[in-house]
Design a protein around this ligand. Structure first.
Ligand SMILES: [Fe+2]
Length: 213
């Protein structure tokens, strides 16, 4: 089995044919930084976690707005290149609980076919979420294009922008459960590892979504 190096992962991002790559790459790098730092403290392979972070949204390499299709596109792209281990996070990073897989994948919010939805749900039911997947889920919720932020701030921003639905509420509950699980392993709050969060809170896009006077 071959593994993707950090250099090769950066190359895949840089070579992506889509437009407006800058914010996408910044988000990917910040997710990689969060993943690496968490993995290190959890005695996992931090370089591996960094690569998983860099590559998790590779399914957006061709187009910016691909919705949930990006998880499948990213998975297939990496499997075709022979990066089996790295492909996993592409599929798992948007779900925080197995029971959220089907509600997240409806005809209304995806352009996935029934057999594609079945494939994703079978894959996740079979493989579950390992600690690298959970780190990636947290990191995706902390690393934005503008920097590293709190999970609350990132998700609030998205709910103000797109509205709060039944699924967004379930996702919120799901991600806090994962946070709690990781903090129980660490023995302290995750934000202790990310002092930059306090500087970044005021830089979030919330001010663009609501009018602050
Ligand atoms: Fe992401």
């Amino acid at each position: 089995m071959k593994n993707l190096s950090i250099e090769e992962a950066y190359k895949l991002l840089e070579e992506a044919p889509r437009k407006n790559k800058e914010l996408w790459i910044k988000h990917s790098v910040n997710v990689a930084i969060v993943s690496e730092r968490l993995a290190e403290q959890l005695n996992l392979d931090s370089k591996k976690a960094y690569v998983f972070g860099l590559i998790h949204d590779i399914g957006r390499r061709q187009k910016e707005h691909v919705g949930l299709r990006h998880i499948l596109e990213g998975y297939k792209f990496l499997v075709d290149l022979g990066y089996e281990e790295e492909s996993r996070g592409c599929l798992t990073h948007t779900f925080y609980d197995r029971s959220l897989v089907i509600p997240n994948l409806t005809k209304e919010n995806t352009n996935l076919t029934r057999s594609e939805i079945d494939f994703i749900s079978k894959y996740i039911n079979k493989n579950g979420f390992n600690l690298y997947d959970k780190i990636l889920q947290i990191a995706d919720n902390m690393g934005s294009a503008s920097g590293i932020n709190t999970i609350e701030r990132r998700r609030t921003e998205s709910m103000l922008r797109y509205g709060m639905t039944d699924v967004s509420e379930k996702n919120l509950r799901g991600i806090f459960k994962i946070q709690n699980e990781i903090e129980n392993k660490l023995g302290y709050c995750i934000y202790r590892l990310f002092p930059e969060v306090s500087d970044n809170i005021s830089k979030t896009l919330i001010k663009d979504v609501i009018s602050l006077k």
